[in-house]
Design a protein around this ligand. Sequence first.
Ligand code: M6R
Length: 605
Amino acid sequence: MCGIIGFTGGGNAIHKLLDGLEALEYRGYDSSGVAYFADGALKCVKTKGRLSSLRERFAETDDSAVLSGIGHTRWATHGEVSDRNSHPHGNSRVYGVHNGIVENYTELSAYLSRRGYSFESDTDTERAILLIDCLYQSLKDPVKAMMQASSMIKGSFALGVVFADIPNTVFAMRRDSPLLACPSDEGMFIASDISAVLRYTRRFAIIEEGELAVLTHNSIRFILPDGSAREKEYESVTWDTSAAERGGFPHFMLKEIFEEAEAVSRTISGRIREMHPSFEIPLFEMEIPKRIHIIACGTAMHAGLMGKYAIEKLARIPVNVEIASEFRYRDPILEKGDVVLIISQSGETADTLAALRLAKERSVHTLAIVNVVGSTIAREADSVLYTRAGPEIAVASTKAYSVQVALLYLIAIRLGEASGKLSPCKTEQLCRELENMPEYIEETLNIRERCKAVAERCSAHHSIFFIGRGQDHALCMEAALKLKEISYIHCEAYAAGEMKHGTISLIENGTPVFAFATEEALLDKTVNNIREVTSRGASVTLFVRAGLKLPQGIADEVIELPCVRELFMPLCAVLPAQLIAYYTALTLGCDVDKPRNLAKSVTVE
Ligand code: M6R
């Protein structure tokens, strides 16, 4: 989950590498560095801390004549966060940047030590790069050296490599970690993600596993293991730089919250219109599933919980929702007629990808809901439905959640219709209401000032609870994750009825409790649970669907959410959860878009 960039072309390479790294910082920001050709040699500059520290190192130098190099922004896996563990790694002959994990790091260390190498860092990456150097010394051919290194490295990698005696040429290869080759008028790039090079090009080709990409200032060659060349078509992204910029918002997270209505509309509208007479979701090219397993991590898993509610309610098909890192190691029971539905914003999450591969090994149909076009999960699943959220940059996922939930509603409606559980008339009604949801999402944003005030109050606390029943409980799980992730306040999501079985002992005078009540049938029960905590001193903020009748004085503050169909309420109710997390983090002076210890794309297990 580090970010990689490489460039060779018409000058100002350092500038391009640093700008690219800035766009990739969401992938990791423990340290950064570049290696480049200058004065007939390879130079390397790297430092721990944010990219601004690396920029400072170049502030005083005129590097406009540098034509090529590689860069890296790190999310530490092997070795502490320090200058010496920062990438690039290598020696005067070769430097490389790496994203992934080299699993046979110990064996490679021994192999290299026997050949006289010693190590300057604790990283697995240094071993991979020195292995390439070692093989290059004996084979005298960079392509053969990298191919052979690839066969000796166990684990995942995206690697960008430069050799001192092959100036202005960048070599790249990958396995299980993303890496693109991108041609532009100014020169050729490699990048973990197209957002790093959008200023120069929208064209890209995925470097396939087993291939080597060789970039010179005006060409990209793709070489296969047998040495033959492979011709490739380039693809283009449709969105432009503004989609990956803050556009006047102080943070990406706030911008992305404000984009939710539009993103949901993009994700569902065209598909709803196609729904009659034939809404072609790939899932339905086959028989109605007997059982659905929704597998994902983090926020995507929370979206999956909403999918379970909707699919079970509308189509009466049993749905199991599971965290990918658990699913993949527990020998799950997958039977003929089951479908594994994978959800991932990035399409690169290592555990989710492994779960997908496991399902495929067991010959179960896999359907992926993915945001990033062309990502590994999107390419490997039997069928894919893209959410159309545009790039999500903030580490805390917001709009990706909403579009995933919206698409799951659509799947639930379609399954309900296809299985005969929903009449055509009911299907039509649900589609119309879902299509109107972006309006209500917009309307919900009107409560942002109240969310801000609530956030300012709760930022002084060290322990916060979110309670709700049914799908409100699933929503609480997402709300708590968001708040923990960016404000570092400990909080818990609890099924409201479960508090009294132990956790209520943590409630003290003034403990903030956020309660969600959007389902009428569960309202009285949730109200009772609110009374249980208020009578023990909790300060309760209640988010309630407008129109539901509450007893007088039930909570310290009641905030109404738009009155929409209960099933679709999470699309509105998630906004205050996200806004409270955002404003709390802001009040506490946290780095909202780049919370500590995290990265956007989790490509390690
Ligand atoms: O890219 P994915 O959707 O597969 O990512 C899954 C999780 O890592 C992600 O949702 C994470 O929980 C977010 N940072 C939460 O805001």
